[in-house]
Design a binder for this molecule. Structure first.
Ligand code: CA
Ligand code: CA
Ligand code: CA
Length: 442
């Protein structure tokens, strides 16, 4: 819902630029998706979407928003509803249809004028004519699935296959929509480059669509050192996402962006970026070490202290805001301590999940509002490894599933809806003698 709200706000902000004056009275009607008709949630969803659009209209200076109230008032064609809207004193009608397709909720709004004289005098023509359109779309998260009575994707995967062979060791991976096309990309950090991969229908083959060489920008870590590297997505107020990364203690951190065709940047960033979802947080590595100090800090130039993440140095950390069916958000942290124990804090409760490898990811894999923790095995570096997923409801850890055992160690884990079907895929990088093998479980 938050995503939809931000998306609507941006669309309406553009639309207001084209209006003769922004402070006008509008009427609003929203039709729930046909798939919600059978569910008890259809009316609640329509009311929720109306509230969402009304908030976005209010934020954009529309003077008063009259809700026409439910599907019966949102008649097709919009000319009918425009007459009702005019009777309620509105100059414009925002007529929104919603539909569920490929695991996403789409909103399509037509903005039509009524026959109120002032508006007609300004732009001419008859009531019912379209003056603008708005579009918004969001993946079905736990909240939308609850309202729409849509089933959750299965948690346990059916297949495990190689997605991509990457040259050199992978230091970190993140998945997210970095170019704003509503599809998640996979961003892979190597010692000397960062790659953008896409996985698109219909063939669902991984495609390397961009590579930014890092050698030209900064000296990369020498092969003899144990590399330390981190990568995080920073979410901006405009809904855009930038990539923050650092490959070694010999380099500096940087922020770059990707527009779908090329990289832009870099801007410098202090320390090692480790999270951009709950705040732009950095970790620090003392010189000569390869574990992080126990405190994370807001990335430079902000001077404020950050949250404590644990009692001692750590290998890796993963943050998530898990959305519940009621729209509430719960912060979760997964932490791999230097002594190789996995510590997870969710809803204010901290649990020790026992021995672990150095790779960790936390989040809601199946959009049911309950946290999952994915981590590598507590095996010595270079030994065979496997990925384990544990579900962590308030009552305590529950067994999830484990991947097939692979020959090399797992260096990084990421998750996102890479193929655009609405369900999240989990990917992990296996370090091999010649480079890295990126696996996908689906
Ligand atoms: Ca994208
Ligand atoms: Ca879950
Ligand atoms: Ca998917």
């Amino acid at each position: 819902m938050q995503r939809l709200s931000e998306s609507l706000h941006r669309e309406l902000a553009e639309l207001t630029l084209t209006l003769p004056r922004p402070t006008i009275d509008v009427a609003l009607c929203v039709t729930p998706p046909a798939s919600a008709d059978a569910a008890a949630g259809a009316d609640r969803l329509a009311a929720r979407l109306e509230a969402l659009v009304a908030t976005a209209l209010g934020r954009n200076g529309f003077r008063s928003v009259v809700r026409l109230g439910g599907a019966h008032a949102c008649a097709d064609p919009p000319e009918e509803a425009a007459r009702v809207a005019e009777g309620r004193g509105a100059e414009l009608l925002v007529h929104v249809a919603s539909m569920v397709q490929h695991g996403r909720l789409h909103l399509e709004g037509t903005i039509v004028r009524t026959d109120r004289s002032l508006w007609r005098d300004l732009v001419g023509g008859r009531g019912g004519a379209m003056v603008g359109q708005i579009f918004a779309s969001a993946r079905l998260d736990a909240e939308l699935r609850f309202y729409l009575a849509q089933p959750h994707p299965p948690l346990a995967p059916r297949t495990q296959s190689v997605l991509f062979e990457s040259p050199g060791p992978v230091l970190g991976m993140v998945a997210g929509d970095i170019d704003g096309d509503d599809m998640d990309e996979l961003v892979v950090l190597r010692r000397r480059a960062v790659d953008v991969l896409t996985l698109r229908q219909p063939d669902r083959r991984a495609r390397l669509v961009g590579t930014l060489p890092l050698d030209a920008l900064e000296p990369a870590v020498t092969a003899s050192r144990d590399p330390v590297g981190t990568i995080a997505l920073l979410s901006g107020a405009d809904g855009g996402r930038r990539i923050a990364l650092r490959v070694s203690d010999h380099s500096v951190g940087m922020v770059v962006s990707w527009d779908g065709e090329r990289f832009d940047g870099p801007e410098p960033l202090s320390d090692y970026p480790i999270d951009g979802a709950i705040g732009i947080l950095c970790g620090t590595v003392p010189r000569g070490r390869n574990t992080f100090e126990p405190r994370v800090v807001p990335c430079s130039p902000s001077p404020a202290p950050g949250p404590e993440v644990g009692a001692g140095p750590f290998w890796a950390v993963s943050y998530a805001n898990v959305l519940g069916p009621d729209g509430s958000s719960t912060r979760s942290v997964g932490l791999v301590l230097a002594e190789a124990r996995l510590i997870v804090t969710a809803a204010g409760v901290t649990r020790d999940l026992g021995p672990t490898g150095s790779a960790v990811w936390v989040g809601d894999l199946d959009d049911d509002g309950v946290l999952e923790v994915a981590h590598s095995a507590a095996s010595p570096p270079g030994d065979p490894d496997r990925l384990t997923v544990t579900t962590l409801p308030a009552s305590g850890p529950q067994d999830g599933w484990a991947s097939r055992t692979i020959a090399g160690g797992i260096g990084a884990i990421a998750a996102g809806d890479l193929d655009g079907d609405g369900a999240i895929e989990l990917v992990f990088a296996e370090l091999t003698p010649g480079g890295s093998r990126i696996w996908i479980v689906d």
